[in-house]
Design a protein around this ligand. Sequence first.
Ligand code: SAM
Length: 227
Amino acid sequence: MFSGPFSESIIKRAQEAGKVDIYVHNLRDWTSDRHHKTDDEQFGGGDGMVMLAQPLIEAVQDLQSRTAAESYLILTTPQGRIYEQSVAEELSAKEHLIIICGHYKGVDERVIDILQPDEISIGDYILTGGELPAMIIVDSVVRLMPGVVNSFGSVEEDSFTCGLLDCPRYTRPREVMGRAVPDVLLSGNHAEIDRWRLEQSCERTARRRPDLYREYRRRQERKEREA
Ligand SMILES: C[S@@+](CC[C@H](N)C(=O)[O-])C[C@H]1O[C@@H](n2cnc3c(N)ncnc32)[C@H](O)[C@@H]1O
């Protein structure tokens, strides 16, 4: 599952340039029985298997012991705190992340009690496993790391990073099916272009995400008071 997203485009180049190392581990390597079992039936009955505590705890402890870096442990779970850009920024400052991908009904609760991971959800819906959430976390964190995206200015302008949604963007040709690029973008006046882009971002955020816009205005007002 991981080979596509981790061996294409920006994430691939980041690894080739030595900006980040990404490893995918097979939990069966830490199983102790001859069938390499990673799950079992639930105590109390009910449909669905639960991931065994022993291989997960041993895998995490083993991986932590292989690095001198301080490891930060994440468990993908729909019951965790909601993943958003501010969490990606927080994680991009960490030296070493270990991400556990759950499966089936989830993991034995004692994994959480003992390892105390940061439980992260990518939204209020249920996926079959933690692989896609792990890929989303890796992708969004790696692109924030210094030198990964060529023009860092472009990352800073993205939606959420400055608290607003991004403005509309256009490329060639100047007209598509009767719809022209706004004149201001062709004016060469960069101050005017910046002003137009900010207005568009504000208008778009207020309309589509009033919650974000309220927070943005609050922060702007605080900044103005402190200036
Ligand atoms: C079918 S889900 C288990 C759901 C669990 N029984 C519950 O209701 O909380 C299997 C695994 O997929 C992953 N997963 C599913 N949805 C997710 C989400 N929204 N965010 C993060 N991980 C998710 C988790 O790793 C989870 O252990």
